[in-house]
Design a protein around this ligand. Structure first.
Ligand code: SAM
Length: 412
């Protein structure tokens, strides 16, 4: 591990913990550096974010009082190196002390040295007896996940693999495994741009669970379909690949540029519109709508461990209100008999089943349950109402999947 890696990881942790910035945004804001160092810094910061509660529990007995936030980040980085990443003890301690000095925290260099030497002496035994899944999960999420909480939190301890959706007729790059739902999986840390066929548009990155909602909409050639909240376009690509006439609606102009670039790489076509999907109206009623609503993204914590630190219960309340507005708008876009798939990458019932139950009360919609055959490979994710609720604890032997909720509704 280089100093550049540790410096990048420190900057990323500072952005998340002290400025409440999303990790991806902080990555974009890092100065110019080698791609390798950037990727390694990202992985190191993600390891700390994933296991912050556990690392704090290890450090706690060696601290007389809570250290300032930047010092805590350095201690967490050092402890992660020692206990999670097998960094040699001398190097982990010395580089943490060096980082403290370099970041204007020289008065704390002695503390960093003393605490990390104690952690190094304890070694892996420091982790024994700790309930890591519980320590690494904020209490409000643990409560909201109910009896699934422990299994979900255990799955969050591990880095997620890379999943791809293949373009029609394309071959999978070497080194992957085909999953029961047809996605292809590669080991954690795989760099997508280095896989064979990337530039030629043979595939796009999409978690196995994220690939399900568009498939369950079952768009047919020539159908008029809207993909609402569309960037970066994974689901737009699926709908276009199915032969539908797709309009992708996205309100963030910068993200819409990325969507267009992705479609161009994949040689797929869709009309793109920069608009608020809650206000946009199609020129004529649509056959089908995919609403991948903005959500708390708690289903993606294993890919984005910052989410567990940044989201609050109040965010879920506000997002739920927005989801209702988008459901109202999506319903109004459909012709009678037209279908809507509502999806969120959230594990919170408030953003999933509760939104759909409320929409069924309020809007001219009826539920069209997914059949077990449609959910082949993920039948355990079928809810009593015939909706889909995947969690990271599904497919434990294959490396899990993101948490997603999806329901299919028909306009009456
Ligand atoms: N469907 C995308 C895919 O599969 O690649 C992922 C969508 S992601 C959940 C959220 C996206 O919705 C962001 O790009 C965000 O800018 C966009 N968004 C959020 N609120 C929106 C709104 N009211 N109208 C249109 N787009 C919105």
């Amino acid at each position: 591990m280089t100093d550049a890696t540790r410096n990048a990881a420190f900057d990323l942790l500072t952005a998340v913990f002290e400025r409440a910035r999303p990790l991806e945004e902080a990555l974009d804001a890092l100065g110019p550096m080698e791609a390798r160092d950037r990727a390694a810094g990202h992985r190191l910061a993600a390891a700390v974010l994933r296991r912050a509660g556990t690392l704090d529990a290890v450090l706690e007995p060696f601290l007389k009082k809570a250290p300032p936030a930047p010092v805590r980040s350095i201690l967490r980085l050092g402890a992660a190196g020692l206990l999670l990443l097998d960094t040699p003890a001398h190097a982990a301690v010395a580089t943490a002390v060096g980082l403290a000095r370099a970041r204007g925290l020289a008065p704390f260099a002695g503390l960093v040295n003393a605490v990390l030497r104690r952690v190094a002496e304890a070694g892996p035994a420091a982790l024994e007896g700790l309930d890591s899944p519980r320590l690494d999960t904020p209490s409000w999420l643990w409560t909201a996940w109910g009896r699934d909480a422990r299994a979900i939190a255990e799955a969050h301890q591990h880095e997620a693999p890379l999943d791809l959706t293949l373009a029609p007729g394309a071959a999978a790059p070497p080194g992957g495994t085909e999953l029961p739902t047809g996605s292809w999986r590669y080991p954690p840390g795989t760099r997508v741009a280095e896989l064979a066929g990337f530039a030629e548009g043979a595939f796009w990155v999409q978690d196995a669970a994220a690939a399900l909602p568009a498939r369950l909409l079952d768009a047919r050639p020539g159908e008029a379909v809207a993909d609402l909240c569309a960037a970066p376009g994974g689901k737009t690509a699926q709908l276009a690949a199915a032969g539908a006439r797709v309009v992708a609606v996205e309100r963030d102009a910068g993200r819409l540029v990325r969507l267009r670039e992705n479609l161009a790489r994949l040689r797929l076509e869709a009309e793109t519109v920069c608009a608020d999907a809650a206000a946009w109206q199609p020129p004529a009623p649509l056959d089908a709508v995919l609403l991948d609503a903005p959500c708390s993204a708690t289903g993606t914590i294993r890919r984005h461990p910052d989410v567990a630190h940044l989201k609050r219960p109040r965010d879920v309340d506000l997002l739920a209100a927005g989801q209702d507005r988008l459901l109202d708008a999506a319903c109004a876009m459909l012709r009678p008999g037209g279908r809507l798939v509502y999806a969120v990458c959230s594990l919170q019932p408030q953003e999933g089943a509760e939104r759909v139950r409320a929409a069924l009360q309020r809007l001219p919609l009826r539920s069209d349950p997914f059949t077990p055959a449609e959910l082949a490979g993920v039948t355990a994710a079928r809810t009593g109402e015939g909706w889909l609720r995947t969690t990271p604890a599904l497919w434990p032997e294959l490396g899990g999947m993101d948490g997603f909720f999806a329901a299919r509704l028909h306009r009456t």
